[in-house]
Design a protein around this ligand. Structure first.
Ligand code: IPD
Ligand code: CA
Length: 267
């Protein structure tokens, strides 16, 4: 795709994400309750997750009927154009449920829908509570609210603020906790903020130096991974173990050391 075509896709993603974020914020100001649980009792979905995804899906279908769709709440639809919209209507659903103002609408568009081989062309992540909008088109850099952003340059891993996240499966969490225990004494500190898309955007703007999580779904990281990498982060997503993909993003100055540490700790 040309950069003009990618810019056009990004403009659509941004306008739909803004409308979706306004809906999520409005619903958050009303009553939010759990509608159902998914993979485990702690993996919840609210009516708003579904409503926001339906809005996004409808808007994208109207604008680009031959593109495919892959969303957290409503599954996938086939693509005649080769392009796919990868959508998390609310990333950070548990934060949304509790009224913690750290959740996001995430919309990306890719060539291919398989993270093993896709090429993300454009993506945006909006935090409805703060209004912040992170965006990137391939090869064009990343922005926060329209201004160019760049990653941090920590001098060492020991001076790096590292974020991670935990899956919804109790056995997996045991392993993730063991990894975090080993990392804790090797870095400045650890954060678990509860929305993978915003973790990746935080790397892009230097609010975090490194992030990793194994077991993310495509919609959790599609937009954020492009935004982090366009801001200069080293982003890797090719390590898959037991069907669970490791997503790592780090400032270039510490990326190699961080990747080695993740390997040593069996992250
Ligand atoms: C979750 C968040 C969380 C991450 C989980 C994701 P959801 O997405 O991104 O930070 O640790 O792995 O599943 O369920 O809130 O959309
Ligand atoms: Ca998510």
């Amino acid at each position: 795709m040309t950069s003009a075509a990618n810019a056009e896709l990004l403009a659509l993603a941004v306008s739909v994400a803004r409308e979706a974020a306004a809906l999520a914020a409005r619903r958050r100001s009303e009553t939010v309750t759990v509608a159902a649980t998914k993979s485990s009792p702690v993996d919840v979905v609210t009516a708003t997750d579904r409503e926001v995804e339906a809005l996004i899906r409808g808007r994208l279908r109207d604008a680009r009927p031959s593109d495919g769709f892959l969303g957290e709440e409503s599954g996938s639809g086939s693509s005649a154009s080769g392009l796919h919209w990868i959508v998390d209507p609310i990333d950070g659903t548990v934060n949304f449920l509790y009224g913690i103002p750290h959740y996001a609408v995430s919309i990306a568009v890719s060539e291919g829908a398989d993270p093993a081989s896709w090429s993300i062309l454009a993506g945006c992540v909006v935090n409805p509570a703060s209004g912040e909008l992170f965006a990137a088109a391939r090869g064009e850099g990343a922005t926060l609210d329209g201004r160019a952003v760049a990653v941090s340059a920590p001098a060492s891993l020991g001076e790096s603020l590292v974020a991670t996240g935990f899956g919804y499966d109790a056995r997996v969490r045991d392993e993730q906790g063991a990894t975090v225990m080993q990392l804790l004494s090797r870095v400045r500190d650890i954060r678990r903020m509860g929305a993978a898309a915003l973790d990746l955007c935080s790397i892009a703007v230097g609010r975090l130096d490194a992030y990793f999580e194994r077991g993310l779904n495509p919609w959790d990281f599609a937009a954020g991974a492009l935004i982090a990498s366009e801001a200069g982060a080293v982003v890797t997503t090719d390590d898959v173990r037991d069907g669970r993909r490791l997503v790592m993003a780090a400032a270039p100055s510490i990326a190699r050391e961080f990747a080695e540490l993740l390997r040593d700790t069996r992250a």
